[in-house]
Design a binder for this molecule. Sequence first.
Ligand SMILES: C[S@@+](CC[C@H](N)C(=O)[O-])C[C@H]1O[C@@H](n2cnc3c(N)ncnc32)[C@H](O)[C@@H]1O
Length: 205
Amino acid sequence: MEKSPAPEIELIEQNGEVTLSIGGEQAMQAWERDLMWASADLLCRHGQDFYEVGLGLGLSALRIAGNPATRSHTVLELFGEVEDLFRAQHPDLPATLSIERGDFFRRIFELPSSSIDGMFFDPALDMDVWKDEELWRRTMPEVVRVLRPGGVFIPFFSTRPELRWQYVEHFRTVRVERHPYTAYDTTEYTYGTSGNAYIQCFYKD
Ligand SMILES: C[S@@+](CC[C@H](N)C(=O)[O-])C[C@H]1O[C@@H](n2cnc3c(N)ncnc32)[C@H](O)[C@@H]1O
């Protein structure tokens, strides 16, 4: 959900580590690159028009936009400062890539039905948002609505193999890929700094 006032946003590069910090939290770190790329490549096997929630460092966005299968890739980002940092690092963006500003929990209601082949969903959300059952009950049918038949919804990897309750009720078919990962020693948002990450791909029938 939209946060107000805007939190402090910083790109921290130190000791060979890259962290996007939002409101003092680790929102994204560059060690996730291979998991972002694996998620992006899986997404791009399912069509040509894609949508992504959460720009972050833009690792997945650039991978999706740069895939030869991709005709269009639109990324929704909540904070202008995140987009400014990304554009400063990547002045020449692929023509397939568009970035739009907004809050996913509002924007999803405005997206046209059956308009995309796949959505990569990687916002960094507060725990109270994850726990808001009513919010997810309202929102996920909208995700299904904007997908074309055969389209896919891929949320960011989980370091637990369980399917997330927020999504699972809304799809009949799910494919899960296991990928070993090693985070930074300083990473605070995974269960341990190495292990298995699970990329879950939900299919619209
Ligand atoms: C984990 S990062 C995305 C990382 C990205 N996949 C990458 O490869 O670098 C999460 C991003 O989601 C954005 N975000 C958080 N809540 C959002 C919302 N409700 N709508 C849109 N973007 C959101 C954050 O500002 C942040 O830039």
